[in-house]
Write a protein of this length. Sequence first.
Length: 180
Amino acid sequence: MKRIASLFLIVTLFYNVLGFYIMFAEQQQQVWVNAMEKTDNANFEIIEIKINPYAYVVDSGFEEVNEDLVIENKTYHVFKKRILNNVLKLYCLKNSHREVLSNDLKKIVDSQIFDTDSNKENPSKKLIKSFIQDYIPNDTINLVSTTTKLVFPVTLNSYSPKEDLLSGYFTTNYPPPNMV
C-alpha cells in the first residue's frame, strides 16, 4: 500500500512539473504572437540566411519551424526552412522583444553585481532588515537589582519563541545539564 501511495505521489509530482512546463512554454509562445501582432507591417523584415551543409542533402520543400537563432547577440525567430541546391535557407524574423528582455535582465544583473544604483537601498539589505524584524524578536527585559545604596538597571535580550506556552517560566537558549 505504501508503494502504491509513493508511486502515486511521484506520478502526481511529474504530472505537475510537466503541466507547469507546458503552461510556461505556451505563455512564452503567446507573448511572441502578441508582440508580432502589435508590430506594424512596415517593421516586418524577413531575413533569408543561407547555410551550406557539410554533406549533400536532398532538396526539400518548405518546412515550418518554431525555433530561435542567435547570431552576434541578435535573436531571430526561424519560422520556415528549405533545402534547395544543397543550400539550407532559413527564413527569420528579428525578435526585438527578446532583445529588450535580455537588455533589461542584463541591467538588473549589472546593478546587483556592481551596485550601480547608489540612490536605492540594496535589496539584500532590505531582505536582511525584514528578516530581522520578522523572525528575531527584540524584546528587552529590564531587571532592577536594589541594594541598600545603589540601583543597577540591567537589560537582557530575551529570546523565547514559545512565550505563550512557557508563560511564568524563564527560558534559556542552553540545554539543561546532563544528569549523571
